[in-house]
Design a protein. Structure first.
Length: 494
């Protein structure tokens, strides 16, 4: 039977002074925060953030800050965002947003949360493997592609889960069972699938520690997620169902059929296998030798079984929750073996080499690109036109312009999307007429990453047709046109 990570030191390792050792994880957290914040803020300044998703989450947090239900106009008229995903823990950001009502508040909060998760990982590595390992694990986690992809793509609720799971894993490795459960329990309030991650934590506790505590935790996780998916989400959703349930059921006709075909579908198409390899590659695959890897199974399971192709790859935020598991598993696997210094150095060198090799392919490399530090005439034109829109008005905006306005206006997407709350339907025969006071549209093809290149949510021809209809049919007049950006205002007599 596999045993828990030993507290015994690695053979031949030197110990750092306790005070300095305790500061190392926090120094890394500060450095990583500054790194992530630089990428996130600069992307926003370059109009690379989006209404889907930064604007959506800002509208929800803004509502919480104003003591309202999280009704999000970008997601649909009167749409309560708790009917999309179940993430009431977002409300903890409301006091910060009340002080600083800006999308940058969310981006910096996410940067801080992702950086904070390095503390328990580096601390555990320092205790079990020594100071060099603490630095290597901190660098491996902090520069990992899963964290980079999340830090450089808008804001998402999963940022709240990353440090919670990281602290829980540290407690699991140290056999502090109640602390582990205490850190993991709030995952139920971050997103509906994370109850199964809580259940995995409970299963680990049941196997390695107090069986009753583990079984109760596992049951609470499973039942909590089922309650959210079957009862709470449908109660908040205007359509009365779980908005994302079709991701598992569409291809085979039903959820049961999808699960029956799961062994065949787990690694098809090949992008799934590539992602699975890349998830564990930063640990030189040693994380697979740790039972802590069990906590990655729920997230990997729903992603590999999903019919949504965005879930299969390495872009977006979906792998952020897996990175603490990978590096906690690495430390656990090495700690149980108590490797010689030479072997430990070889493993840590491999971890860092993999990190360096993958770094240019993922978003942190944007900091080294000249375009990241160049403000184009198009961006200046956008800022000038957006400044002409008064605070407190209603605006229909292109996806990349929406989060520039959500802090001070009521914003919907232009052209209207989703229609009737049907999030994944793009072949709408007739798009509803715009009703906002202002329309601002950008016909330039946006920065592609992490989306496929092109215009969204409709082809450019259809967007242009809707813009022309706004002037010709719906009572809007052109206020300004500049560098592909059009600003319209609804006439008072319309």
């Amino acid at each position: 039977m596999l045993t828990i990570a030993s507290e015994a030191p690695v053979k031949g390792k030197a110990s750092a002074p306790p005070t300095r050792r305790s500061l190392v994880p926090w120094a890394w957290a500060l450095g990583l925060f500054l790194l992530y914040a630089t990428v996130a803020v600069r992307r926003h300044q370059l109009l690379r953030t989006t209404g889907y998703d930064l604007g959506i989450f800002e509208q929800a947090v803004r509502a919480y800050a104003e003591l309202r239900a999280p009704v999000v106009p970008l997601r649909g008229e009167g749409f309560d965002l708790l009917g999309d995903h179940f993430h009431p823990l977002l409300a903890v950001l409301a006091p910060l947003y009340r002080i600083w009502p800006s999308p940058l508040c969310l981006l910096l909060a996410q940067s801080a949360l992702l950086a904070l998760a390095v503390v328990p990982l580096a601390r555990r590595a320092g205790v079990v493997l020594g100071p060099a390992a603490a630095h290597a694990v901190a660098a491996g986690y902090g520069l990992s592609w899963g964290i980079a992809s999340a830090a450089a793509f808008d804001f998402h609720e999963v940022a709240l889960a990353v440090p919670l799971l990281s602290f829980s894993l540290e407690a699991l490795a140290g056999r502090r069972w109640r602390q582990a459960v205490g850190w993991a329990a709030p995952l139920l309030l971050v997103k509906e699938d994370l109850g199964f991650t809580l259940a995995a934590v409970g299963a680990y506790v049941a196997i390695k520690g107090p069986r009753r505590l583990g079984l109760v935790t596992a049951a609470a996780g499973v039942l909590g997620s089922l309650l959210e998916v079957k009862v709470l989400l449908p109660a908040f959703n205007p359509g009365g169902g779980y908005a994302h349930g079709g991701n598992l059921a569409d291809a085979q006709g039903s959820l049961l059929s999808a699960l029956a075909h799961a062994p065949l579908d787990l690694l098809r198409p090949e992008v799934k296998a590539v992602t699975l390899v890349l998830v564990f590659a930063p640990s030189a695959f040693l994380a697979l030798r740790s039972p802590l890897a069990l906590t990655a199974v729920p997230t990997l399971g729903w992603r590999l079984l999903s019919e949504n192709g965005f879930h299969w790859g390495t872009a977006f935020h979906y792998s952020a929750i897996l990175m603490p598991v990978v590096f906690a598993g690495l430390v656990d696997a090495l700690g149980r073996r108590a490797p010689e210094r030479r072997e430990l150095r070889a493993v840590l060198a491999t971890v860092l080499a993999v990190t360096v090799v993958l770094l240019p392919s993922f978003p942190l490399a944007q900091l080294a690109q000249r375009a990241t530090w160049h403000t184009t005439p198009h961006i200046e034109a956008a800022r000038a036109l957006l400044a002409r829109i008064p605070d407190g008005t209603t605006v229909a905006a292109s996806n990349r312009l929406a989060p520039q306005l959500t802090a001070r206006c009521t914003v919907v997407l232009f052209p209207t999307f989703p229609v009737g709350g049907e999030l994944y339907r793009y072949d709408v025969p007739r798009i509803p007429a715009p009703t906002a006071e202002w329309i601002v549209h950008d016909e330039r093809a946006p920065e592609a990453w992490p989306y496929p290149s092109g215009h969204w949510p409709y082809p450019l021809e259809r967007q242009r047709a809707e813009l022309e209809a706004a002037v010709r049919t719906y009572g809007y007049e052109v206020v300004a046109r500049r560098d592909g950006i059009t600003l319209l205002h609804r006439r008072s007599d319309a």
